[in-house]
Design a protein around this ligand. Structure first.
Ligand SMILES: Nc1ncnc2c1ncn2[C@@H]1O[C@H](COP(=O)(O)OP(=O)(O)OP(=O)(O)O)[C@@H](O)[C@H]1O
Ligand SMILES: [Mg+2]
Length: 496
């Protein structure tokens, strides 16, 4: 019996999720002047500062756009409650940032600096810095973080097989792995995590970050912050990353019996898994035994397939206010199919099975063409492909070009992405924020000089008669106080 069975609770098949992505930024110059990343980022954020007076803002689609330490522009999606909605908002973030980059290039050209601005949705630069792609999953408070992590960690250590972004590992002088051989790996991020579970994000980057900031009513909810994943270019890979993790969370919540694969040393293992493209290296377990990455992933997949047979499509937990549809079973079935196909590809060594669907395999199929012509992995041409794959600019980035000519599979459509650029998810708290932001920037509110303050849980109108509301329930899309505040803004009057 699994240790959860006594405390089994309802699985959140409707779950709040969000993705934060930090982007690499670089400018190649035609001219001579070199700009540092912070200078480039400042050019990029000029229109944001002009409009909002800040570099940390909420966008019209209720996401958050900001400049993080180290000058990596970051976009955090609004709260979503289904996989395809989240994929659309993740892609919308790229569109928002790319538009800023295009404007910045024009400004740089005007000022005689010129150059091409590259935004890279990857996780490592050439000198060994890493920047992240964080996943946020709402879980109930009842679920102890310790027992949750225990069951989740083996899945996360091996998840790179199904959603890594792929990387040519090239040793660099200050790298702790500078003696390791050059080789193709599953993951960008695996070499840059240093702990299993901890509260640090940068100093000793863990797999799961325990900082307790639920952005919700802390009596009811926890925000599970997974910071080990690679940033994905491919929509299908993002969908598999998020969907498979959600299925595992649902099973943990429901008390489904999951095999005990507690890994003895997560950090050693995550790096070994990244370098073992066969999926067959033995991972030492805490109980003294071993298991391979493939065995662990197959075990979770098998459990997920069974779970899908009984998974209730809608969460009906009215007293908690968490009812309604999340990710439909049909969408989860697509996820499970892709999960299985990916493991089969690793198992059989026939990576062509997923060369349209999974980032590491898509990227490798490009690299392989050069290897077949006699180039070696050390060749700078291949490092260039490894980088340009992640360039988000349509018509320039390698992945974008593949997508434009239909050479990779899609999870959503261009119309879904375009809609998500300006519109908040309509099924979560983000809707309230989106409506509030639209009112905050309307002419009447501007004319009346009404100032607003927004974060994930608060909406506020400052001024003589300040109004504010705390939105502790990220599932709720209605709130009478917000309706009143929107009226204040739309009428441009704070009276009464
Ligand atoms: N209750 C919640 N449960 C799960 N995810 C949430 C919840 N509330 C907000 N989110 C998501 O969490 C993410 C928060 O992004 P943000 O970049 O602000 O993260 P942070 O970890 O709080 O801050 P920082 O990156 O500055 O350290 C967003 O994608 C958002 O949609
Ligand atoms: Mg963040």
């Amino acid at each position: 019996m699994s240790e959860q069975q006594g405390t089994a609770q309802q699985a959140l098949t409707r779950r709040i999720t969000g993705i934060e992505t930090e982007f690499g930024i670089t400018l190649t110059l035609n001219g001579s002047r070199r700009l540092g990343p912070d200078e480039i980022a400042r050019y990029m954020f000029r229109p944001v500062i002009a409009k909002y007076g800040a570099t940390n803002i909420f966008t019209p689609n209720a996401g958050r756009l900001y400049l993080d330490v180290g000058s990596h522009p970051e976009f955090a999606t609004a709260e979503c409650d289904s996989v395809s909605q989240l994929v659309a908002h993740d892609r919308a973030g790229e569109v928002i940032l790319d538009r800023l980059a295009v404007t910045a290039e024009a400004a740089l050209a005007d000022e005689g600096i010129g150059g091409k601005l590259y935004l890279l949705k990857n996780n490592v630069d050439t000198v060994g810095n890493s920047y992240g792609c964080h996943e946020n999953y709402l879980v109930g408070r009842e679920l102890g973080l310790k027992s949750l992590s225990k069951l989740l960690l083996p899945f996360l250590v091996t998840r790179q097989l199904i959603c890594g972004a792929g990387k040519i590992f090239l040793p660099y002088p200050t790298s702790p792995y500078h003696n390791d051989p050059v080789q193709y790996c599953f993951s960008q991020r695996a070499d840059h995590v240093w702990e299993g579970v901890s509260s640090a994000t940068t100093r000793s980057r863990p797999i799961i970050n325990t900082r307790d900031e639920p952005h919700a009513d802390s009596n009811r909810f926890r925000r599970l912050h997974v910071i080990v994943g690679d940033s994905n270019m491919s929509e299908t890979t993002t969908a598999l990353k998020i969907g498979s993790t959600q299925l595992v969370l649902e099973m943990i919540e429901a008390g489904v019996e999951l095999p005990d694969f507690e890994v003895a040393n997560e950090i050693k293992s995550i790096r070994a898994v990244s370098r073992d493209m066969t999926g067959r290296a033995e991972i030492p377990l805490r109980d003294g035994g071993t298991a391979t990455a493939l065995e662990i992933q197959y075990a979770f997949l098998t459990a997920a397939k069974k779970w899908l047979e009984v998974r209730e499509e809608t969460t009906d937990n009215a007293d908690k206010g968490i009812s309604g549809a999340g990710t439909p079973n049909a969408e989860m079935a697509r996820i499970v199919e892709l999960w299985e196909r990916t493991l089969t590809a690793v198992d059989s060594g026939d990576w062509s099975l997923i060369e349209r669907d999974i980032d590491w395999a898509i990227k490798y199929s490009l690299i392989k063409r050069y290897l077949d012509r006699g180039l070696t992995l050390e060749n700078p041409k291949l490092a260039q492909i490894d980088l340009a794959y992640h360039d988000i600019r349509p018509g320039r980035g390698i992945f974008r070009a593949l997508e434009a000519r239909g050479a990779v599979s899609r999870w959503i459509t261009d119309a879904d992405i375009e809609a998500a650029v300006d519109r908040a998810p309509q099924t979560t708290r983000a809707k309230l924020r989106g409506d509030f932001l639209a009112a905050a920037h309307c002419e009447a509110a501007h004319a009346a000089g009404l100032k607003t303050v927004v974060d994930w849980t608060h909406l506020k109108i400052a001024g003589d008669n300040p109004q504010s509301v705390m939105l502790g329930d990220p599932f709720a899309t209605d709130n009478s106080e917000v309706t009143e505040m929107i009226a204040t803004l739309s009428e441009g009057s704070q009276e009464g």
